[in-house]
Design a protein around this ligand. Structure first.
Ligand code: ADP
Ligand code: ADP
Ligand code: ZN
Length: 217
């Protein structure tokens, strides 16, 4: 099962991808997480990624395509994957189709998380995650059961992304409109685009996505 979650920054892609990962036993491939790992490692790629991410711009297509191509050849992707944050341009979308065709496979579902623009800045500026296990939280919408303690692993250390500030968010939303939203008609024309209500609560969004993946919608 090869799935893409599409939507602007803050739409809930990462939150839902982690849940699908559990439900369907296929990995979440987040290009943003891969780039953040590169930044942490201090590699040349990481240094470039840091500049681009801080500016709220997009990394070059060829680098991102290569990154995903390397990743989907790993054994844990044998039964499929959930793409979160890729593709982000029609160029990347076309390269992905070609890459999958070469491997004798294809996309099963492209799921659009439709959200109100006004909600996104609040979602992103309130976002944080567990520093130990990466579980995602929100100041208002997804708080740990015990304040200050990660539900998943018990850690008391949390972190926020440097690019989750209002200025960068505005640039990222612009990049989404200019470069990523044009992918939607590309997949609509292929007949594999399905839309869910990303403004519903987190559990309801999960139910809608599961219904699609299980072929009930
Ligand atoms: P994306 O990966 O699309 O950028 P995230 O999954 O990281 O988005 O979600 C952004 C923030 O909004 C997180 O803090 C998350 O807890 C919260 N969030 C995700 N989905 C919802 C939802 N349906 N309703 C309210 N808050 C949400
Ligand atoms: P969000 O979940 O908020 O949409 P991501 O974690 O997916 O953010 O991405 C963070 C940043 O990493 C982006 O703003 C962009 O600079 C870079 N990035 C991630 N994925 C891609 C991609 N497929 N192509 C180009 N740049 C990317
Ligand atoms: Zn944790």
């Amino acid at each position: 099962m090869n799935i893409i979650l599409l939507g602007p920054p803050g739409a809930g892609k990462g939150t839902q991808a982690k849940r699908l990962e559990q439900a369907f036993a296929i990995p979440q491939l987040s290009t943003g997480d891969m780039l953040r790992a590169a930044v942490k490692s201090g590699s040349d790629l990481g240094q470039q990624a840091k500049r681009v991410m801080d500016a709220g711009e997009l990394m070059p297509d060829d680098l991102m395509v290569q990154m995903i191509e390397d990743r989907i050849q790993q054994p844990d992707c044998a039964n499929g994957f959930i793409l979160d944050g890729f593709p982000r341009t029609t160029e990347q979308a076309r390269a992905l189709d070609e890459m999958l065709a070469r491997r004798g496979t294809k996309l099963d579902h492209v799921i659009e998380l439709a959200v109100d623009e006004e909600a996104l800045v609040e979602r992103i500026t309130g976002r944080y995650s567990c520093a130990n296990c990466g579980a995602g939280y929100h100041d208002k919408y997804q708080t740990p059961k015990t304040e200050g303690v990660c539900d998943a692993c018990g850690s008391t250390e949390f972190k926020r992304r440097e690019d989750d500030n209002e200025d960068t968010v505005r640039a990222r939303l612009k990049a989404y409109h200019d470069q990523t939203a044009p992918i939607l008609p590309y997949y609509r024309d292929q007949g594999i685009l399905q839309k869910v209500d990303g403004m519903a609560d987190i559990d309801e969004v999960t139910r809608q996505i599961q219904a699609i993946v299980e072929g009930k919608r």
